[in-house]
Ligand binder design. Sequence first.
Ligand SMILES: [Zn+2]
Length: 469
Amino acid sequence: LEKTLSSAQKKAIPGLILYRLKTGGRTVDDLGTNYDGDGPQLDYRSRPVWHKKGDLDAWIARELNLPPALWGPDRHSNDLMVATVRELVKLRQKGIVADWKSGRQLNLFRLSDPNMDVSRPAMSLKEVRAEPETEYTDDNMRSTFLSIISRSQKDNTYKFALGKTLLDYCIANAPTGRTHEIKYDYLAGEFLKHYWYQKYKFKMRQHFHGKKTPSVIRILEDTFGESSRFKFKDVAQKDLRRARREILDNVFGMATKKKGMVVQRFQRTREGNTTRDSTIFYDFDDRKQKIFLRPEAHGFFRKNYGLLMRALLAEWVRYLERVNHGLPMLAAKLYDEDSERGSLARFRKLFLERSDHCFYCNRLLRTGRIHVDHFIPWSYIFDDNPWNLVLACQECNLGKSSSLPPETFVGELVDRDARYAETWNEMRVSLVRLSARGPWEREIRNHYTLCTEYGFGSWPFSPRLDTGK
Ligand SMILES: [Zn+2]
């Protein structure tokens, strides 16, 4: 990924110019009607003395074995052309090179003294060519990674999922100084997990109306249905295997070359109208279904994990926000998809000091069977705020699970929160935080409505008559 000439390449340029002016180039006769030069040239009419700037650059580019990024129609940089102009100007100031422009399109150069003694540059060109100094630097890797995640991509979020998978792999596996082989099958398994959580646990939408459903989502729906009552760890293994296989075939492009191609496309960067396939982070082999993670990239991902992950999540959220309006805590959910909610024991005590009845059925709570329940499901709210916590009996808690209580309870929750906030500072603070965008009562109702729209099921609560027992 060399977008700039290395210092060794730059040093070689003046010698290469002189050597080329001495040994290559066009004759006066070659120039034909373009020639309207001054007298001395006619004296060596058949000797190679004239050089077009473009020809000179092309020859030097070949000598230095420059990559397409530096030379040719797909180049990203004019480094070479700038460097040769600079050197030609210097040589001309020293009187070594003479230049002359014809009245036409040509820009020509020659040695002032055609008999000047010029030898091939002493520096070994092999060394210059072999020099990899700029290839896998942190700077190059950082700019490539940021370019990958931030360029616009309309159809799906695969590049984010692959980026996160690679970052997490590098944190979980210590570098060995050697290339790590990662199977496409492993990547497919990670994709399955990421998108399963997004679809079933968090109910995130993945595509715009009128756009094609991403393959990974279609595969999930075909395998697990529109919604799932399971936790990921409880899903049937045979279904997981089937979905993983399908993702491998369709998203990683093993079935047909036209599909998916996530691995192949990830490192494709775009500048202006040109795209370029780099292998800065990994090489890959479709036949072996593996990527070969470079040790440099492994170290780089590990060292810069926090920074890169934050940048990646920000872009992922930016994409998903447009189709998941109002859904809270997107970044936290993407980052911490498999986190389970923490212990709420502290809250049990605080709520019991205020009421010892089930919030839903109003039964007297019995020691050992007192549950702290997220009124609006935790997998939507993704936080433990007192405003959203209620005490529930075992039956209500298990029955409700991670669905929404009937809407009639919303008013009761609002009343209760207001009442508790009068004497309980932590409750008051949680309501203040909630009211950043408007009155907190309205925010609670908004959350409730949105949660319904995102397809969190509702709990068919039937009131009990045996209250107070
Ligand atoms: Zn109850």
